[in-house]
Design a protein around this ligand. Structure first.
Ligand SMILES: [Zn+2]
Length: 123
């Protein structure tokens, strides 16, 4: 599997999380547009259809925000423990993408530690 330098990986995680955030905002605009264009004063089938559409878009907003927040906080949590405890070098190790646990090995002093996953923080 291809490995990335930590800094590059962290940057990608942030871009990905902001893509979720932008999607969330677009879904928010869609939500407001539905209310604006159809309104909640209609009756019968149109009213039920509007409510169903708002419900689905509302769930999408919550899910998209959850994804943004999860990936953003994960990236920030990883960055906060990316400094080698032995030599103090920041982010000088490689990351295997799409794994929740990062096995960090400092390229300067060969110190090993684990980031993320079940046992968070270093060592
Ligand atoms: Zn080190």
């Amino acid at each position: 599997m291809q490995k990335l330098r930590f800094n590059r990986w962290h940057e990608q995680q942030l871009y990905q999380s902001f893509a979720w955030l932008i999607s969330c905002l677009l879904a928010g605009f869609l939500f407001l547009s539905i209310i604006e264009m159809v309104g909640l004063t209609s009756s019968g089938l149109l009213f039920i259809g509007t409510l169903v559409a708002l419900y689905i878009v509302g769930l999408a907003i919550i899910e998209l925000f959850r994804r943004f927040w999860m990936s953003f906080t994960f990236a920030q949590a990883c960055a906060s423990v990316a400094t080698c405890k032995v030599c103090g070098t920041y982010g000088l190790f490689e990351v295997t993408p799409d794994t929740r646990q990062i096995y960090a090995r400092c390229q300067k002093c060969d110190h090993h530690w684990v980031i993320g996953g079940d046992h968070d923080a270093s060592q």
